[in-house]
Ligand binder design. Structure first.
Ligand SMILES: [Zn+2]
Length: 285
């Protein structure tokens, strides 16, 4: 069984293609992550409609600056309504503050919360996940030192936590694993996970991090509709977004497994069996 540890099936880009996605779905579980108060109801609706969806509710760092006064009570209500639900996608993001272009379409209309404010929102949700021992999915972009400092000093859920689309330093993999981390990777990274001739390129750093993840902590995701696979790996094509960029969808999951198995020099069946064990251990049956 192929399980998608992280996607955003509720996203507008995928809405017109839902029937096609559902009929092509392989039969594993997909974890659908809400990111803002406005999309939590859509995640809940999808989870009601499809038994293979595991909902997860969280306020993403990109959306932290636009939360309402009631955001936390609303989040709690969604979690209370579904004992299987996870917390996420939550986290911290320095890229949005330091390097995102002012006209990045994905950030249009959002107030970009400074790091301390993001941290406050993150900690509140992390504490909730911990108190209820929910599977929590963490997003981190260019804030690995801050994240590592936070995770080392707070209580964490007994079952561990998921660092999705891990892009942190290889040196921190063992540290996070010791704290209980699972690490998920998606097919987007196949473009730079291939061995690079340049020893110190960002791609070789990512490959090194990927190869250091303990096998019993590895998960696979699509992050659909974001993070499209390189052209040659895409198996289920969707029409591109209006700006011409390719749109990823969960049907690409098997290709992501295949690419990652190749990079770990493992037979696909072996990687799939191990990831299934990990998935069930972390997300529950
Ligand atoms: Zn995501």
């Amino acid at each position: 069984m192929f399980h998608d540890a992280h996607n955003h099936l509720q996203d507008d880009w995928l809405a017109p293609h839902l029937d096609r996605i559902a009929s092509a779905w392989s039969g594993g579980v997909m974890v659908v992550n809400g990111t803002c108060e406005a999309d939590w109801s859509r995640v809940a609706e999808l989870a009601r409609r499809y038994p293979w969806i595991r909902p997860s509710y969280g306020l993403h760092p990109w959306d932290a600056g636009n939360r309402t006064a009631d955001w936390f009570a609303t989040l709690k209500a969604y979690l209370d309504a579904d004992p299987r639900a996870g917390v996420g996608e939550i986290g911290i993001d320095r890229w949005m503050l330091d390097r995102a272009r002012p006209d990045d379409a994905r950030l249009t209309g959002l107030r970009r919360a400074p790091l301390p404010e993001q941290g406050e929102v993150f900690l509140k949700q992390l504490a909730l996940a911990c108190s209820e021992n929910r599977p929590v999915t963490i997003h981190c972009l260019e804030a690995w030192g801050a994240l590592s400092e936070i995770l080392a000093r707070v209580n964490l859920p007994e079952r561990g936590f998921l660092l999705h689309a891990y892009g942190g330093p290889p040196e921190l993999v063992a540290h996070f694993a010791k704290l209980g981390a699972y690490f998920s990777f998606n097919g987007y990274f196949l473009k730079d996970l291939a061995p690079s001739p340049k020893a110190a390129s960002p791609a070789s750093t990512r490959l090194k991090a990927f190869q250091q993840v303990p096998l019993e902590r590895l998960l696979v995701e699509t992050d659909a509709p974001a993070m499209p696979l390189p052209q040659t790996w895409r198996t289920h094509k969707l029409p591109p977004a209006p700006d011409g960029s390719p749109v990823n969808h969960p049907g690409n999951l098997e290709a992501a497994y295949a690419g990652l198995a190749m990079l770990r020099s493992l037979p696909l069946a072996e990687l799939t069996a191990q990831v299934e064990i990990n998935f069930l251990r972390f997300f529950g049956p």
